[in-house]
Design a binder for this molecule. Structure first.
Ligand code: GUN
Length: 308
């Protein structure tokens, strides 16, 4: 079997087109332009890239975007003050605190400080509680993107076995809950699970967010399964690249050009032989995360004005 490669960029573009129409309508009917504020503490290289991508996507579809850059050594209190200011700012509909934060910062305190009405990332405990209870809420963007892919691809979930590999607050836990709400039978497993391949190969749907480059190979996958790869890893060690990918010319060329190769948590070339469909890296879940952030920001702008 050779798996169908799911085009996340195409699905994300559909979502962005819908959001753009919504943004135009809000502007025409209420004179409102939705605004997203992103808080970045420090200079984490991947975060800087994400922040730029988010700002560009906002610009493309007519959302006002502001980036608040905060010095790496700032205290939790200093960041809190910025968040409180954004909570009060009427032009700001959505607030996103980019993770990971420097280790001396209290992440829990910051995420709790975001006004739940502006919590477009869905990381506030109120949002997470509502998600667990199946009530309306801002759904975290990556899990929302995963569910949208499964829906748009027509992948049946009801009664199916879904396995979530990874248990983070950002991806693993919320995705498992969303899959369960769609009537899948869900297993959450992680790096300490004994005999992982036995567990993951029970999944008709396997979602992988474990943060280990190309860890998931064919023995982790049930033949015919749908595999969703959330991993984004930059591999720069040439010996490691060769160990995982042999002399794959595309990998070697990417490394030569950029100094690294971008790798998911799934070994695409090997899993492609057993899965029925999979999301590539890049071009799978990543673009969906940004599209869902834009969608949440539009929803926040409407809700704050009592319109939807
Ligand atoms: N870091 C990695 N993914 C995310 C995300 O979805 N939101 C935020 N705020 N930070 C992240």
């Amino acid at each position: 079997m050779t798996a169908r490669i799911i085009d996340g960029r195409k699905i994300a573009q559909q979502i962005k087109d819908e959001v753009r129409l919504g943004v135009e309508k809000l502007r025409a009917t209420a004179g409102i332009q939705p605004g997203l504020a992103t808080v970045l503490v420090g200079d984490h290289p991947a975060s800087q890239v994400y922040i730029r991508m988010k700002a560009r996507a906002c610009e493309e579809i007519g959302i006002r975007s502001t980036t608040i850059l905060i010095e790496k050594n700032s205290s939790t209190e200093e960041v809190l003050r910025q968040i409180e200011q954004l909570n009060r700012d009427d032009q700001t509909d959505g607030i996103l605190v980019q993770l990971p934060l420097p280790s001396h910062i209290d992440e829990g305190l910051l995420l709790q400080a975001v006004d739940p009405q502006k919590d477009v990332d869905g990381f506030h405990p109120v949002s997470l509680g509502n998600l667990l209870a199946g009530r309306e809420c801002f759904v975290p963007c990556t899990p929302a993107g995963i569910m949208e892919i499964l829906k748009k691809e027509g992948i049946p979930l009801k009664g199916k076995r879904a396995v979530m590999l990874g248990r983070s607050n950002i991806v693993g836990k919320p995705t498992a809950i969303l899959l369960m709400h769609q009537h899948a039978t869900v297993t959450i497993c992680h790096s300490r699970t004994e005999n992982l391949p036995r567990v993951t190969s029970e999944g008709d749907i396997l979602v992988v967010a474990i943060g280990r480059p190309a860890m998931v190979t064919e023995e982790f996958v049930k033949p015919g399964a749908v595999v969703i790869d959330v991993g984004v890893n930059r591999l720069s060690d040439l010996a490691e690249i060769k160990r995982i990918f042999g002399d794959d010319p595309l990998r070697l060329a990417e490394h030569q050009k950029k100094g690294y190769t971008l790798v998911g948590d799934v070994h695409q070339a090997r899993v492609q032989e057993v899965a029925s469909a999979l999301t590539p890296v890049p071009g799978g879940v990543g673009p969906m995360t940004i599209a869902m952030l834009l969608k949440n920001t539009l929803i926040a702008a409407r809700r704050r004005r009592g319109d939807g």
